[in-house]
Ligand binder design. Sequence first.
Ligand code: ASP
Length: 334
Amino acid sequence: MRKILIFALLFVTAPAWAEKYGLVLHGGAGTITRAKLTDKQESELRAKLAEARDAGYKVLEQGGSSLQAVTTAIIILEDSPLFNAGKGAVYTFDGAHELDASIMDGSNRKAGAVAGVKTVRNPILAAQAVMNQSDHVMLAGTGADAFARHVGLPQVENSYFDTEFRLKQLEQAKQKIEDEGTSFNITDSDYKYGTVGVAALDKQGNLAAGTSTGGMTAKRWGRVGDSPIIGAGTWADNNSCAVSATGHGEYFIRYHVAADICSRKLYRDLPLTTAAREVIHDVLLPAGGTGGIVAMDRAGNIAMEFNTEGMYRAWRLSDNSAGVAIYSDQEEAP
Ligand code: ASP
């Protein structure tokens, strides 16, 4: 009788999330319209998003952690010249690349971030190393690169991140600065979209999130956006949700976007999509902030909210739902 009771108790209290797992990722948000992408560009982007998604999913399927799934997917996007992260990152005003990344473990709220790194090949791995191999949460600039070297992460020349496409964007941005007489205000999303980020839930029920970016074209003076700021661009807590953001970083920092979504969900017991919608559409947009997020909760719900024309995104869950999408007017099949 006691055995039956214990079994019944276990059954009743067994966590609903134990079996469901999966991930959702973004490759940046902005004025992404059909008119702006050729068929070839679109199919290359879709294929790379699906490749990163499936590689991350495989980690989860094989019992790996959500953190491993996040880094696996992000490394693929960082190594691709198609996105504004790692290879293919945008240029600073001075014609270099300064990269930002962060990662957070929802099981214990450990986090790591790097800002303004120039020589570590995969900034997301540097962020992970800060989390696992230092007493700190964020390292910046040459010190962060030195730390990455110290822990043995592959280094590259800054020119490794160069691409023709981003160089043209820098030239256009500088022209715009000259024409309009502005010194820094390159907020037009045409000049930077392509940040990458992932939120994942593993079979053990642990959430994680990570984000990586080159920031904004023609940025100066050591400008750092939201992507490496825990709570703004990245957040993960098993009690609420995991979020990775993309968009106009200054607004995402001031409105604490990633953590605000999870707080709303936690404190008001809101569905994940409602919490995400509130922040992206009702708070951020009226304030003038453009961009979007991907998010996941412990029950395996995902959210992909954005207030721009498009957001590169992909998802795959253990209930067999999967997809890749770009524009706001459609939800495409796998
Ligand atoms: N959030 C990034 C930044 O402000 C850029 C982006 O996501 O497009 O640096």
